[in-house]
Design a protein around this ligand. Sequence first.
Ligand SMILES: Cc1cc2nc3c(=O)[nH]c(=O)nc-3n(C[C@H](O)[C@H](O)[C@H](O)COP(=O)(O)OP(=O)(O)OC[C@H]3O[C@@H](n4cnc5c(N)ncnc54)[C@H](O)[C@@H]3O)c2cc1C
Length: 381
Amino acid sequence: MKIAIVGGGIGGLATALAMTQAGIKVTVHERSAQLVDQGAGITLAPNATRVLYHLGLGPALEETAVTPPQTEYRHYRTGAVIMRMMIKDFRALYGAPYLRLHRWDLQHAMITRLAQIAPVALRLGSHVENLESHSDNVTLTLANGRIETADIVVAADGIRSAIRETLFHPAPPVFSGFVAWRGLVDTADLPQHLHESAVAFGHGRHINRYLVRRGELLNFVAIAHRDQWEAEGWNIPAPMDEFLAEFASFDEGTRTIISRPVRGQVFKWGLFGRPWLEQWSSGRVVLLGDAAHPMLPFLGQGAANALEDAMILTRCLTAAATPEKAFTLYQQTRGPKVRGATEQAARRGDRYLGEPNADSLKGNEPGAEYAYDAVSGPLGG
Ligand SMILES: Cc1cc2nc3c(=O)[nH]c(=O)nc-3n(C[C@H](O)[C@H](O)[C@H](O)COP(=O)(O)OP(=O)(O)OC[C@H]3O[C@@H](n4cnc5c(N)ncnc54)[C@H](O)[C@@H]3O)c2cc1C
């Protein structure tokens, strides 16, 4: 079986690793000519790291990952602690660790591993412009004019998936009402007491900060409410004065952190969702990750669900007699779980809109999602 994967993000690379490990031949088409460091952090909960460790990435990730002992939820203005979540015991509780990483460190580990086990699988600068699904294969037309065929196409082309638009549902992404800013701070530029993991929130805004890369950098993501948003992309440089003014009412420690990004660089982007899609496959094409089910970042589970999809889809393809049966099994296994996470992520965004207190954090404790086992859990509904 020959599988083409469209998209070399976290979902596409994980699919390539899982399928190669299962003996399936893959090609990954990534439109970017080179994969670049986007300067951001990522939280990987135990359900995500369970998959990554199974794919052989544990030792590489542990070289730079940070597991904070705890994270605190604090009142945005006073800094008073509202809730404390203990993290360091998660490996014992869930059988896999809770890791915080620089996104580039994750991406780099995935590319390096793929180069070891499938040296020519990743094709950079390969933009898939069109797909035609036939009864027993799919034709791909690339931007350079080349035409190729594959038995199956996995579309892992992200929230703005052109494949989803053309083959599945023409509804465009919908602005969520939230805008995000991100930056990285060199911890050498911060006093020791600010080398920590915390979320400051209240009145429609919140700032999540945590250490990455052996604690050498502190990543922050700041989110505020907005009525509308026009620009596209997640690398739009944000003017520092506008950004700092937006969060001027936050406590002194938080303001110190966000005023010291590396090279004075902060980026902003609008957070988008899409209407829920019931069916993720059409003929021989199947959606995965954000292309199938984008979710707001308030649960820290978007990438985790893309990783789970990759593992489950691979297992379905090896367990089922035909691709169609495999896609049905994939949908039955993933649909209800991902829908629950997507709805929960949207609800959690609302907690930041009112007065910050313990009530607004109800249900915020680690949930069943951390125990989800895509590597050896049951397939099917
Ligand atoms: C603010 C924020 C914070 C987040 N934090 C977390 C977190 O802490 N933990 C977590 O689990 N998740 C988090 N997420 C979610 C997570 O980043 C995404 O869910 C995840 O990256 C989706 O991966 P993907 O592979 O599906 O899509 P993407 O990462 O978007 O990858 C899609 C790839 O497809 C390529 N592509 C697109 N079209 C084509 C084409 N036609 N031909 C070839 N290539 C193409 C693109 O260039 C891109 O490389 C966060 C998201 C946001 C916005």
